[in-house]
Design a protein around this ligand. Structure first.
Ligand code: 5GP
Length: 120
């Protein structure tokens, strides 16, 4: 299984304001910011503010309001970035086999160009 939440992970440090980020949106439940190594013209990360490693943690442990707010922010950011017309991709890497590097649950938003077919 996934490790317990590490309060020193880089997204926890961003949430605490210990390291800067290029903020796109923020509310009580979630924060959206630009990925430091963008893989597409638009590459934004959306993270819940709670201490969740995985999607399973988040959806089992967070309030319904926090879960709804998180997914609302994902959709709102994509729309605000002008991605709705051309389309975009949301993706979450989970655990070692999923290639997750930062152990704080997050969703990537990719857009701004025609993306390659997503196959492992
Ligand atoms: P994943 O865990 O889904 O594999 O990827 C983590 C993502 O976080 C990567 O795309 C990486 O570029 C991004 N990332 C890692 N460290 C930082 C950071 O300090 N600031 C920002 N804005 N993004 C980061």
């Amino acid at each position: 299984g996934l490790p317990p939440y590490d309060e020193a992970n880089i997204f926890a440090r961003i949430l605490r304001g210990e390291i800067p980020c290029k903020r796109v949106a923020e509310d009580d439940h979630a924060l959206a910011f630009h990925d430091i190594h963008p893989q597409a013209p638009t590459h934004i990360l959306v993270i819940p503010k709670g201490s969740w490693v995985s999607a399973a943690d988040f959806h089992a442990g967070a309030s319904a309001e926090a879960i709804a707010g998180f997914w609302r922010m994902v959709a709102a950011v994509a729309k605000a970035q002008g991605l709705e017309a051309g389309g975009y991709r949301i993706l979450s890497n989970m655990g070692a086999d999923g290639g997750q590097e930062v152990p704080h649950f997050h969703v990537h938003i990719f857009g701004g160009r025609r993306l390659g077919r997503m196959v492992p």
